[in-house]
Design a protein around this ligand. Structure first.
Ligand code: GDP
Length: 702
């Protein structure tokens, strides 16, 4: 015979409609007070279940999990751990809601593991058809070892089912969802041996939470089983991961989401944005607008920065006393800083767009849209985020791959991400494109240069996808795959979030890559303005003798140029460039480009800076002052052809698109894969491929 009053605890995440369910159950029979000693509101009420039996319902404060972080949450744990508490429930009713059930179930599985009879309420059932969500209740009941009431407290449906489940609470299973010892078998087995009569999960909560439970025992448990704070945190994280794995597996078979059936405004938007045809069209149009804007809008500030630094460099040279320090400043440091600052407009614009897409909720739709395609290449829909953020920098992108659960998909994502065009390639592309692609408009409004840039991004992306396919075929790793994505609602991006993101990313670039660029600029300046042999030191005399022998008379300016180019040739850097010239000549590069390519293996962004430093060493007339003009004017001494022509330009573009030229990326891949094998393979494959494509391109186009 059941008791005449059944004690019920109503538990749930905030905003699942728990209060509404409480109101439906109890009507006007409510009492509001305070928990003793604290200001947390205590709400309870009476619900009549049958003629002779009623339920005393305690509406507990909303909580996300049993890992308490506030007094409100403590109230819940203390009640559930203290069997002696007068309010200790006969049955726990965990309220969840249709749309966020995945997150809501975390708390449910924790309560289940306390082996209290538990009923699961799925509230807001009225929104199911609107959202295109269906549940297989018998399957969920079997997997979650519980009984489920599908309720709409708004439409007042399912409340009677819930009441009859409460009435029959004694038939509920008390089997836990997760065996606590999977978290750390050794630790938990010791715990079990020490306290054979206690529930394992309860002990675990006592160890990890500061709650008032069986005071005597608590101290005893804590003193012999406490791990370091970070170890406990790690185990708690492991617990959460295990729980979500269980929940994902359960929902995969017990829940069906078909957004094509959903019918509210958000769903309508979703349907268009994730549409088989329009979805992609919209996504690519957005990408196109972004790349056009990056090119068009950054032009003005970039030109300004370039000219300002050039004047500054000239000013320093003319106004400071002649000497090593002045040269270091005007030819090493100032051009070096200029080579960092000049990227800021482009990086800022790119991140402005990426954060707007993220903040508005659109990015999740892109992930959803892409999942179908990405799977074919051995990637996950979540790989799109590393691949897209790879457009800024491969380093945060590769770290971002951590949220891909499947190891094989994650490894492939890590290995192919450096193919996406990172911001360090952007200045290289920008300057080469402006040198070899005419400033024309297609259809009257699309800039040809902008289109070329977009094409390069697509090539990078295409190469990433192609290598993923190959890796997917050859990598033999067996991993389970999960894909559960929460679609946030659409919202107008918050200015503050967007601005902070842009600032943070730009700062990361300036302080991270910037340091390397500046250091290399200074080293390169040194290598370019000093040489090992007498030839370097006596350049002036040697050139003069040569001219005399040939009986040529020239004006002073050309004489100066000859000296400088002779010096450059015999400087440390010239010797290095010349050494590798035979290897790079078939790609269409001279030894000066060779120097830039070699120093780019430290970091690509030094390309422009290196060339600037190299050309700075020579003397130039007024109109050749900007880096671009200097590069455009550069002529091959033997052939008389422009050094940066269409063939060598395309060859360089392709080389930079594919080669693994970034020390920091290699370091991060080593860290994330925990082996040298992957970054080395990646380096050899990418750079080898870059060499071959650049070679083929130059040989065909020259
Ligand atoms: P609590 O924070 O869990 O106590 O949630 P509330 O009871 O305050 O409800 C949160 C929001 O969900 C309110 O705006 C309710 O109107 C809404 N809500 C509650 N139950 C339902 C339901 O069954 N259907 C719908 N559509 N909305 C509901």
């Amino acid at each position: 015979m059941p008791k005449s009053t059944i004690k019920v605890a109503l538990i749930g995440n905030p905003n699942v409609g728990k209060t509404s369910v409480f109101n439906q159950l109890t009507g006007l029979n409510q009492q509001v007070g305070n928990y003793p000693g604290i200001t947390v509101e205590k709400k309870q009420g009476i619900s009549k279940l049958s003629d002779s039996i009623k339920a005393k319902i305690i509406d507990l404060p909303g909580t996300y999990s049993l890992n308490a972080s506030s007094i409100d949450e403590n109230v819940v744990i203390e009640l559930l751990l203290n069997k002696n508490d007068e309010d200790f429930p006969d049955v726990a009713v965990v309220v969840t809601e249709v749309e966020n059930i995945k997150r809501n179930l975390l708390l449910f599985t924790q309560i289940k593991d306390l082996e209290i009879p538990t009923i699961l309420v799925i509230n807001m059932a009225d929104r199911m058809s609107l959202k295109g969500i269906e549940f297989d209740i018998p399957v969920l009941e079997r997997e979650l070892k519980t009984k489920i009431a599908l309720v709409s407290s708004r439409k007042k449906t399912g409340i009677n089912d819930l009441k009859s489940l409460i009435l029959n609470y004694e038939s509920l299973s008390t089997e836990p969802c997760l065996n606590a010892s999977v978290i750390d078998p050794e630790y938990f087995n010791n715990l079990r041996r020490a306290f054979p009569n206690q529930l394992l999960y309860k002990l675990w909560l006592v160890i990890t939470q500061d709650v008032n439970f069986l005071n005597l025992e608590r101290n005893e448990i804590k003193s012999s089983f406490t791990k370091s704070h970070s170890d406990l945190k790690r185990l708690q994280q492991k617990e959460t991961i295990k729980r979500y794995q269980f929940i994902n597996d359960t929902l995969k078979i017990g829940q069906k989401i078909d957004i094509t059936k959903a019918s509210d405004l958000r769903a309508k938007l979703d349907r268009i944005l994730t549409h088989k045809v329009f979805g992609y069209l919209i996504f690519f149009s957005i990408l196109m607008v972004i790349f056009q804007s990056i090119f068009d809008w950054s032009k003005v500030p970039m030109d300004f920065i370039d000219e300002t630094f050039t004047s500054l460099s000239t000013y320093t040279k003319n106004h400071l006393p002649e000497g090593e320090f002045t040269n270091l400043l005007s030819e090493g440091i100032i051009p070096g800083i200029s080579g960092i600052v000049i990227f800021i407009p482009q990086i800022a614009f790119l991140f402005l767009f990426i954060s707007i897409l993220e903040e508005s909720g659109y990015m999740s739709r892109v992930v959803f849209l892409m999942d179908k395609i990405m799977r074919r290449f051995g990637l996950s829909g979540k790989s799109i985020v590393p691949l897209i953020s790879g457009t800024a920098c491969a380093i945060p992108a590769i770290m971002g791959a951590r949220n891909i659960e499947n190891w094989k998909e994650r490894l492939i994502t890590i290995l192919v991400t450096p193919f996406t065009t990172c911001s360090a390639r952007l200045p290289v592309y920008a300057i080469l494109i402006s040198l070899i692609i005419p400033e024309e408009r297609v259809f009257g409004f699309l800039s040809l240069q902008g289109l070329t840039l977009m094409l390069l991004y697509l090539i990078g992306f295409g190469m990433a996808v192609l290598s993923a396919t190959i890796l997917n075929y050859f990598l033999k790793l067996n991993c389970k795959s999960y894909f559960v994505i929460e679609m946030p609602s659409y919202k107008v991006p918050m200015f503050k979030n967007v601005a902070l993101n842009v600032i943070e990313k730009t700062k990361a670039f300036v302080t991270g890559a910037g340091k390397i660029i500046l250091a290399l600029s200074i080293i390169l300046w040194f290598l370019g303005s000093h040489g090992p042999s007498k030839k370097f030191d006596n350049a002036e005399a040697i050139v003069a003798t040569e001219l005399k022998q040939n009986n040529t008379s020239i004006d002073t300016e050309i004489f100066e140029n000859k000296i400088n180019s002779y010096k450059l040739e015999h400087s440390y850097i010239g010797i290095l460039g010349k050494t590798i010239e035979p290897i790079i000549r078939p790609l269409g590069y001279d030894w000066k480009i060779g120097i830039a390519v070699v120093s780019s293996f430290a970091a690509r962004e030094v390309f422009v800076g290196t060339l600037a430093t190299i050309y700075n060493v020579g003397n130039h007339s007024e109109e050749e002052v900007t880096i671009k003009n200097r590069m455009a004017a550069e002529v091959h001494p033997e052939t008389g052809k422009k050094v940066f022509n269409f063939a060598s330009g395309i060859s360089l573009l392709l080389f930079y698109a594919f080669a693994m030229q970034c020390m920091s990326t290699i370091a991060i891949v080593k860290k994330e894969t925990n082996s040298w094998k992957w970054p080395l393979l990646q380096f050899i494959f990418m750079s080898g491929f870059a060499y071959v494509t650049a070679l083929v391109a130059y040989q065909i186009l020259k």
